[in-house]
Design a protein around this ligand. Sequence first.
Ligand code: ADP
Length: 481
Amino acid sequence: MQVLSVTPEIFPLIKTGGLADVTGALPLALAAKGVTMRTLIPGYPTVMGAFKKKKAVYQYPLLQGSKASVHAVQLAGLDLFVLDAPHLFDRPGGPYGNASGADWPDNWRRFAALSQVGADIAGGAISGYMPDIVHAHDWQSAMTLAYMRYGNAVGTPSMMTVHNLAFQGQFGAGIFGELGLPATAMALDGVEYYGGVGFLKAGLQAAWAITTVSPTYAQEIRSPEFGMGLDGLINMRASDLYGIVNGIDTAIWDPQADKLLVSNYAAATLEARRPNRAAVEDRFGLERDDSPIVCVVSRLTWQKGMDILAAVVDGIVAAGARLAVLGSGDAGLEGALLAAAARHRGRVGVVIGYDEGLSHVMQGGCDAIVVPSRFEPCGLTQLYGLRYGCVPVVARTGGLADTVIDANEAATAAGVATGFEFAPNNGGAMLHAIRRLVDAHSNPATWASIQRQGMKADVSWDRSAEKYVELYRLLLSKRAA
Ligand code: ADP
């Protein structure tokens, strides 16, 4: 089975979020299952600079304003098609904006071009290569499915994966004429969206199947609260909607081998977490005692519920826990958390910044990680927490709800609990969960059982890849029908 993946990001070449982790991990996990995935990505400077031998497998005399070419290359174990279009992608800054973070005004043109090329490859543009299925990710590649639908790849099964519905790629109607689509596409069941052009909307409309990164988020986005205006369309497509939880890289995130840890350990040697804990105490200026350290590793934003957390820091301290926060984001939230740390010296520590190494030590040394997201398509930090015996305390939403088993009485008695959940997502419910955590932590046998149960959970890509393969097979059977 040959699958063409079209994506604006892929780890380890270019990453701004979890989308890159998925598109980077999936090809390797699928290869083990007999599925060959090739990936089309934009030729950003970092990507073009990563390979030497440049031989075009396809040339465009004119693609959205200038000439462009497609290169077939292997990089970091990935089979790539790189779209070399300097007028669109050879720019400093990030993949979507300049160095100060402002979006490029022609993002619609850049990602329409990427999508056009994806559809051309799906239609057989590259000699010797014909994908059985096309898999697009987020709004930046969603138009691939529209170009396929209105072009010559209408019979090729397609999948649209939504990593975060908050980003939709909506543009004014004025761009339509430059997309190269037939006039009939500017319709309610095409690319038209509230009078303009909606890239993600067009992909959701055209896809044979829609997936998102957890079953609960797949259900949530059918409601106005989470649907961000697209819930009507998503409901219409409900029979083709699936949720598949992301995996994590269990080679990088392995407490037995992780070189970023002060001390390695396994489920049978939890006491070897202590040196990591001591390192956290030092780094965050926490007093040394036996009370649980609850941590946060997160973007400090409203989506992540960091305002809810900041408002109950005093309560967390009063409950008997210590708090270590690593993150950056909203200046207001950074300030509120730093002020809380100043109020509770020795009980609360805050490090503002992005620090991969420290995030590992925290997972390996803290007792719990709190993830109070308002919405969470999948979430990764709770998965790392499970694998590291850093017990997740999560809002019952999206992927958080799907991956953590609450330590209620029944689950604790049955020995299946892996963490703590709270709902609704407010300060009172969060504090209640933290009090339950402090209580459970005071019983070493109960606590170790929760840690070990989490460490047993399968958070690998293997299981998720199997689900994607099942879905690909289903789509192929629909094509045959
Ligand atoms: P999102 O992609 O919405 O930010 P996820 O939970 O899916 O949330 O992924 C966040 C990733 O970024 C995780 O790998 C987490 O460890 C990492 N991360 C977030 N903030 C920091 C930080 N300040 N320092 C180090 N790693 C961080």
